[in-house]
Design a protein around this ligand. Structure first.
Ligand code: 5AD
Ligand code: SF4
Length: 462
């Protein structure tokens, strides 16, 4: 068994009991997707196999997101349904252990226990390496446990090592937490201060993934370009250094990273986009607003012009860079003029993709206490206008690919028989007729059509 802390577990409990099932539901960002996989691996030595059927699950894990109110509330409605299932299973003589993990767990801890009677264990993102031990305690001591401390030890080195590759692409968390304290954001509170994993550990994890069939890794971090993990010389390494190291991994063909902050977009990293063939020409670079007054109130520490200049520099280094972003509308005190400045920036930037949100006040964040909170109707109107513009921008970017031949990494079957789906370097979904044997391979596809959310084309001889 791997290196999990199990000091108090009786010998027979550490033995796998085959036939148990775990149901994991993941909300929110890609880091939660990665964490869910690691949790599945952490409970697998205890005999839990994954199931997609809630009613069959002996262990239910909700891996939650606290970034906006809607995401957090959804967890409680799911917990209502889970309570019913737990009751039905109990009548049939079966136990169900219900765990809430992720950022709602971290932010609301004890409150979840009070609000949701079905929950046995609440576990924050920094304690996943203790999941087996805490599950055992919850069961054997018949008590409900809340574990939301930020422990001294590093969970990554204590989670089971084996990574099960599930596809041609995989996430790899390289950095966690954030010290930026944007005034709207809960991440610095739920994920804690910035922490970066050492280069050697990440290269080793990437090698394992590649040995299991992975061809593309996406390096994850709430503030990934602030990465500063220990390098081979014992000194902090930059994200660009990590990317160069990963580029040396044979058979790893593509590298991506997300999410970046404009202030940490160093010249070194921009140069890596020019020099490293494996680094894909796609950058998710949240701007949040086009108004300098709102950006200052958000504590973003950059202006709209800083962002424009930065994008110019990035495109000088990599002219075909596809740019993606996050934008919030309806931040406290945002005027029509502020919002127009956001629309103007969007019209200029030619975003290939974007995520846009209505501002959602989060408990404990400075912006939630600001005067001039805007009515829901204003937020909704602005979001609709912004999304129309962003959709046009994305459609234009996609249409610009027609006639080009793009290398596509094929990942899975499509909806139609004989069709496979992959991704272009610019992260677009690409559909093509192909044999299943091409899954996990990169092939040139001549793009013949573009929709709002995907492309399609014909495979050309390599
Ligand atoms: N309200 C709305 N959107 C938010 N985001 C973060 N916090 C909030 C909030 N309180 C958005 C930001 C961030 C993305 C992940 O979620 O745009 O970049
Ligand atoms: Fe949140 Fe990103 Fe700002 Fe950090 S940089 S506080 S994660 S929005």
């Amino acid at each position: 068994m791997a290196t999990i802390d199990t000091p108090d577990i009786a010998a027979d409990e550490t033995l796998p009991v085959p036939g148990k099932k775990v149901f994991i539901k993941t909300f929110g960002c890609q880091m939660n997707v990665y964490d869910s996989e690691r949790m599945a691996e952490a409970v697998s030595p205890l005999g839990y196999a994954e199931t997609g059927v809630l009613e069959d699950a002996d262990l239910v894990i909700l891996n939650t997101c606290h970034i906006r109110e809607k995401a957090a509330e959804k967890v409680y409605s799911d917990l209502g349904r889970i309570r019913q299932v737990k009751d039905e299973r109990r009548l049939a003589g079966k136990d169900t252990v219900v765990t809430v993990a992720g950022c709602v767990a971290q932010a609301e801890g004890q409150e979840i226990i009070a609000r949701a009677p079905a929950v046995d264990l609440v576990i924050g993102p920094q304690s996943y390496h203790r999941l087996p031990e805490l599950l055992y305690r919850a069961r054997s001591e018949s008590r409900r446990i809340v574990e939301t401390a930020f422990p001294e030890e590093d969970k990554f080195s204590r989670l089971p090592e084996a990574r099960v590759a599930r596809a041609a692409t995989a996430f790899l968390t390289v950095q966690e937490g954030c010290d930026k304290f944007c005034t709207f954001c809960v991440v610095p509170y739920t994920r804690g201060v910035e922490y970066s994993r050492p280069v050697a550990e990440l290269v080793a994890e990437a090698r394992k993934l590649v040995a299991a069939g992975v061809r593309e890794v996406t390096l994850l971090g709430q503030n990934v370009n602030a990465y500063h993990g220990d390098g081979d010389d014992g000194r902090p390494a930059t994200l660009a250094t990590l990317i160069r190291k990963l580029s040396e991994v044979e058979d790893l063909e593509r590298i991506r990273y997300t999410t970046s902050h404009p202030r940490d977009m160093s010249d070194d990293l921009i140069r890596a986009h020019r020099d490293e063939a494996k680094l894909m020409p796609f950058l998710h670079l949240p701007v949040q607003s086009g108004s300098d007054r709102i950006l200052a109130a958000m504590n973003r520490k950059h202006t709209a012009d800083d962002y424009r200049r930065l994008v110019g520099k990035i495109r000088d280094a990599r002219p075909d860079m596809a740019l993606s972003t996050d934008i919030i509308v309806g931040f406290p005190s945002e005027t029509d003029a502020d919002f127009e400045a956001t629309l103007a920036l969007v019209a200029e930037m030619g975003f290939a993709q974007a995520f846009s949100f209505k501002y959602s006040p989060r408990p404990g964040t400075p912006a939630a206490k600001m005067d001039e909170q805007l009515p829901e109707t204003v937020k909704s109107e602005r979001l609709a206008r912004l999304q129309e513009l962003l959709d046009q921008s994305q459609a234009r970017f996609n249409a610009g690919c027609i006639g080009k031949t793009l290398p596509v990494l094929f990942e899975k079957s499509g909806r139609h028989a004989g069709q496979l789906v992959g991704r272009s370097p610019y992260l677009q979904l690409v559909h093509a007729t192909a044999e299943p044997a091409v899954l996990g391979h990169i092939l040139p596809v001549e793009i013949s059509a573009a929709g709002p959310n995907s492309l399609s084309g014909v495979i050309r001889a390599a």
